[in-house]
Ligand binder design. Structure first.
Ligand SMILES: [Zn+2]
Length: 408
């Protein structure tokens, strides 16, 4: 048994949208009540005492939420307790109060089986709110453990956690390995030359975004037209995010078909983001999200992911003879082709890197776990320099470097 989460867009009626909004308010009020009550007491109150105190006065203080499901308030208090525990264990910062700007969401279930999907898969049945139509049928069928309602740019979603039977991942050992170079210009380049383009959603929509931002700034703050302009801007942002994630899902799905192992580079996206020239394009490609999808899908399909060490020279290594470029022979960001000075091998820069990563994936131990990091292979003569120790005045070529490394 395993838990699977899925998020489905809803088609609520106007009345239901109003109910959703009230539940969001109720959840926020309950969370903030828990926040202030736990803090004001001389000692930390337990979550049960907080709930008891809130329940005893909620009818007097918040009569407007009388027709809301009590689950929204109760779950918000539990969410606060969770945040408090994370803070105490040093994992997170101290929980803050929720404001109107916080993400509009609430948890509607009251344990296993209190929220269900109708048999035809067209609607969700929620406590106090009733049947809410779904925009698509759920992918996983089973008992619902938890259900959250949230809003993103005027669309309401339900996120459900379902317990499902998961079949063992298929045996892929007979299939060939593959290598994949992840980058900005192309999202992914495979060792066979297949290129998965990066949609550059932000760059394509930059002008629209600028206009939507300008339109918003020209409206009177909090006027009806201001809200409309804000809505338009939010929808555009959501659209950009959707374009990105769609491209990621399609690419990862295709990459992981018919292979047993996949060699990738372990990117330090955080470090790369410090480069101001690259950061915008990098954020637009959202490589971190791409790798997350690649990894969890690989685990489900029984594919080994071999991520190369950060310093493994996948770009500088010749995939034909194993020679590693260094010093003045190094490939710069401009060079789009790899020319080997030792064996004469010529290949596209990214394809060469992908072939290197495939070789790494096929050479590493079978017992390596799915996210295990591969060790840097020893590179002959990697750290030596014939200029310092050699006496020859002949011009330094890549061939001479290799000869030196082999003691010739
Ligand atoms: Zn070579």
């Amino acid at each position: 048994m395993a838990l699977r989460a899925q998020k489905i867009a809803l088609k609520p009626s106007e009345k239901q949208v109003a109910m959703f909004c009230r539940h969001v308010d109720f959840a926020r009020v309950a969370y903030n009540a828990a926040h202030s009550e736990s803090r004001d007491a001389a000692r930390w109150m337990s979550v049960y005492d907080i709930k008891k105190a809130f329940n005893s006065r909620k009818r007097d203080v918040f009569p407007e939420f009388a027709d809301c499901s009590q689950n929204a308030g109760k779950n918000a208090i539990h969410a606060f307790e969770d945040a408090r525990q994370r803070w105490k264990s040093g994992q997170n910062n101290r929980p803050k109060r929720k404001t109107h700007k916080s993400k509009p969401s609430f948890q509607i279930d009251n344990g296993v089986g209190t929220v269900r999907i109708t048999a035809d898969g067209n609607a969700a049945v929620l406590p106090k709110i009733g049947h809410v139509r779904l925009r698509e049928k759920p992918r996983y069928v089973g008992e619902i453990r938890r259900a959250f309602i949230s809003r993103k740019a005027s669309t309401w979603f339900i996120s459900i956690l379902v317990e499902v039977d998961v079949p063992e991942p298929p045996d892929t050992s007979a299939l060939p390995p593959a290598g994949c170079d992840v980058g900005i210009s192309a999202l992914a380049t495979m060792d066979d030359g297949t290129v998965y383009e990066n949609p550059r959603a932000l760059r394509v929509n930059e002008r629209k975004l600028r206009r939507a931002n300008k339109a918003l700034s020209r409206k009177t703050f909090l006027s009806r037209n201001w809200w409309k302009a804000k809505e338009r801007l939010a929808r555009l942002h959501a659209r950009i995010a959707n374009i990105r994630s769609d491209a990621h899902h399609q690419a990862t799905h295709r990459i992981l078909q018919g292979i047993s192992a996949l060699g990738i580079e372990s990117l330090t996206v955080k470090g790369l983001m410090k480069n101001r020239k690259l950061s915008k394009a990098l954020a637009d490609a959202s490589l971190g999200g791409f790798l997350v999808k690649l990894k969890y899908k690989a685990v489900r399909r029984g594919i080994r992911i071999v991520s190369a060490d950060q310093f493994w020279p996948s770009t500088q290594r010749c995939s034909s003879c194993g020679y590693v470029k260094r010093g003045e022979f190094k490939l710069t960001l401009k060079d789009r082709e790899y020319h080997c000075g030792v064996c004469g091998f010529v290949e596209d820069r990214d394809v060469n890197a992908a072939i290197n990563l495939r070789q790494l994936a096929s050479s590493t131990d079978e017992s390596l776990n799915a996210c295990g990091d591969a060790v840097t292979p020893t590179l002959v003569g990697w750290h030596q320099n014939p200029r310092v120790r050699g006496r020859s005045r002949k011009p330094l070529t890549e061939q001479r470097l290799v000869d030196f490394a082999h003691g010739r």
